[in-house]
Design a protein around this ligand. Structure first.
Ligand code: MN
Ligand code: MN
Length: 415
């Protein structure tokens, strides 16, 4: 069909995939009549790329270099990354973000990746969007006040989430020994971490005599307020959590539900040989009324089963490992992309998709949904809860085989 030597020259990584796709194509399915795909290549040079190349980048995308023969059509880019998002760096930490302006498909979520040093403070602020976050390294202390004047202070560690409803004022501070790093999702693709309502800005842009009246103290007491906002700045480490909690307790009333949730150490909703799926939504993380999440770990060789989400788009953050995701739409269209740590994926509501672990370590990513509850439809679950004769007539698969398909929505295969 084509020269293996030439494929190897084109891409060592792509060659393996191309050979695999060609082998499968010879046996069954849509690739027997491929619209696109490397198995169409007949003549010499067909698979080569003599033009300018940047192997450091292109080698990370074997699925784009050599799409599986089953990929077809053209779909909007569903890959973005924090790895090439410019950092805003200040003394005390940094942040970078991917908004819808950066990632056109992502209209429901803005992603922010932030680092705070030990003692580093993200200043007291609030904003129009709700804020959901997952801690991926270290720990920080969060403070928030709810709309009934009930204060909340908590420490957040790796694997934990927080959720601040839109408009509730809050702060973050990195703790010892080495601060923290985390990812924030705003429930709005137009939101920006660089454009929040900051306590220092409001003070600096209020006449001192108004500050004096408002706080009932002399205007001179505001002589040293910062004239420019702080946003992120280096502070001193706070004392223990119980003393901070005591310091903010004026009435003894606390919010009815915690603003944090320990997702990483929670009992998985699904466990199989192939991995685990942990869910946090308003059913168990009660304050999170606009954002649901699924933390997925896939063992090497495993696959997050074919499924879709009927109630929301999925914004994904890849935490570790190597992933390959294919998204299916009408047309037909099918797009396969590769994802590594720090990358972002996006799947529109109701579009079929699956995620393969193509590395030799565990793959972990979190799917974030702008919805009160996590919802999914599993392809195998649907087809095993439909009369077998009906399914058999659609797919030319005998009923004995269909009886072997998983009928419990395994989440990750193998079971
Ligand atoms: Mn915030
Ligand atoms: Mn999904």
């Amino acid at each position: 069909m084509f020269s293996r030597r030439k494929i190897l020259r084109a891409s060592a990584a792509g060659a393996v995939m191309t050979a695999t796709a060609a082998a499968q194509a010879a046996t069954f399915g849509n690739p027997d009549e491929p619209a696109q795909g490397a198995l169409n290549a007949k003549g010499p040079g067909n698979l080569e790329d003599p033009g300018p190349q940047n192997p450091a980048i292109s080698s990370q995308f074997p699925s784009a270099q050599f799409p599986p023969a089953t990929d077809v059509g053209g779909m909007p880019m569903d890959w973005a990354s924090f790895n090439n998002a410019p950092k805003r760096i200040q003394n005390g930490g940094w942040a970078r973000q991917v908004t819808q302006k950066d990632f056109a498909i992502s209209d429901t979520i803005t992603g922010v990746n932030m680092r705070l040093t030990a003692g580093g403070i993200r200043e007291l602020h609030w904003h129009q969007a709700a804020e959901w976050a997952i801690m991926t390294y270290g720990s920080c202390r969060v403070t928030v006040l709810d709309a009934e004047s009930r204060p909340y202070v908590a420490d957040v560690n790796e694997g934990d989430l927080w959720y601040f409803p839109a408009g509730l004022p809050h702060s973050l501070q990195g703790l010892g020994p080495d601060g923290c790093e985390f990812v924030i999702c705003f429930d709005d693709g137009d939101a920006s971490e660089f454009n929040t309502l900051l306590v220092t800005d409001w003070f600096a842009h209020t006449p001192p005599e108004v500050l004096a009246k408002n706080f009932g103290v002399p205007a001179e007491s505001f002589a040293k307020i910062p004239l420019r906002n702080l946003w992120i700045f280096q502070g001193t480490l706070p004392g223990d959590l119980s003393s901070d909690r005591a310091a903010v307790d004026k009435t003894g009333s606390v919010p009815p539900h915690p603003f944090i949730f320990q997702l990483g150490s929670s009992t998985p909703a699904k466990t199989s040989k192939g991995g685990t799926v942990r869910i946090a939504d308003s059913g168990n993380f009660h304050v999170a009324t606009t954002v649901a999440a699924a933390l997925v770990t896939i063992r090497p060789g495993g696959v997050r089963e074919m499924h879709w989400h009927p109630n929301a788009d999925e914004w994904q953050y890849y935490i570790k490992g190597k992933a390959r995701m294919t998204v299916f739409n009408t047309g037909p269209n099918a797009l396969t992309m590769d994802f590594s740590a720090g990358d972002i994926g996006y799947v529109k509501r109701n579009l079929g998709h699956y995620v393969q672990n193509v590395g030799n370590t565990d793959l972990t990513f979190i799917g974030v949904f702008r919805a009160p509850r996590y919802e999914e439809i599993s392809l195998s679950n649907w087809l095993t809860h439909t009369p077998p004769a009906l399914v058999a007539q659609h797919l030319n698969v005998d009923q004995e085989t269909i009886a072997k398909w998983p009928d419990d929505g395994p989440g990750i295969m193998p079971r």
